[in-house]
Design a protein around this ligand. Structure first.
Ligand SMILES: C[S@@+](CC[C@H](N)C(=O)[O-])C[C@H]1O[C@@H](n2cnc3c(N)ncnc32)[C@H](O)[C@@H]1O
Length: 221
């Protein structure tokens, strides 16, 4: 299977073929997550191969890339104590959350070892261990039920069941796409609403900023 060349599933415009393959992957993860084991290896090797140039090619650390996440965090009514960024790539969203919530401990996970290497290189001296990155698969997260009160996904397909499982009651999930519906890993709002709704979560807010989009839901108390 050929995984999309992106420009690069983040904030830049993506060619039609990339969007098509990215969307197909998203639909698979959202509706048939049991097929994910067939996709894991090509997906991982695709992102491993792009990790060292990811930030440069996608502008990941930049304001455009992060804008929908930055707006979405203003829609949650509680400051998180423990946050998890899934599909963290080079860690830009996790580091943004850590800056935004200076008292929160933040974890970032990705299936790609090379991406995690890049993310770890960005963590400076951190005696409190407030931010940490590790290799992990979003379909089987290495965390206990209810471990987090904020889960973020930036340009990443949603594994609904695992997100709902690791969220504490009253916790929030943010799904953001840097280029809105032009993002290859974009999940339409109705799919997010249904997927989270089936797991006892209610939609808080969905919106747009520039070319980006975000969706926020909360797990019932
Ligand atoms: C489009 S990139 C987005 C990276 C980062 N969030 C950003 O916006 O710059 C998608 C990331 O999700 C990771 N990924 C894809 N499927 C995953 C899974 N099942 N578990 C963990 N990470 C996954 C990929 O390795 C890749 O780093």
């Amino acid at each position: 299977m050929s995984i999309p060349q992106q420009s690069d599933t983040g904030s830049g415009p993506a060619p039609a073929r990339v969007k098509l393959v990215g969307r197909a992957l998203n639909v698979t993860v959202a509706h048939a997550p049991w097929l994910w084991p067939l996709l894991r290896r090509p997906m991982t090797s695709y992102f491993d191969g792009r990790a060292t140039t990811w930030d440069e090619r996608t502008g990941a650390p930049g304001a455009d890339h992060l804008a929908p996440l930055a707006l979405a965090v203003t829609k949650i009514d509680r400051r998180p104590e423990r946050a998890l960024d899934i599909g963290t790539g080079t860690g830009v969203a996790a580091l943004f959350v850590a800056r935004e919530f200076p008292r929160a401990s933040v974890r970032g996970v990705d299936v790609s070892e090379e991406m995690i290497r890049q993310a770890k290189a960005k963590v400076g001296l951190d005696p409190e261990g407030r931010v940490d990155f590790r290799v992990a698969d979003a379909s089987a997260l290495p965390y206990q039920d209810g471990d987090f009160d904020l889960v973020t996904l930036l340009n990443m397909p949603p594994f609904f069941a695992e997100i709902a499982r690791v969220l504490r009651h009253g916790g929030h999930v943010i799904v953001a796409a840097s280029s809105g519906d032009q993002t290859p890993f974009y999940t339409p709002d109705p799919v997010l609403e249904r997927g989270f709704g089936r797991r006892g979560m209610v939609t808080v807010k969905a919106g747009r900023i520039g070319r980006g989009s975000y969706f926020v839901a909360r797990k019932g108390e």
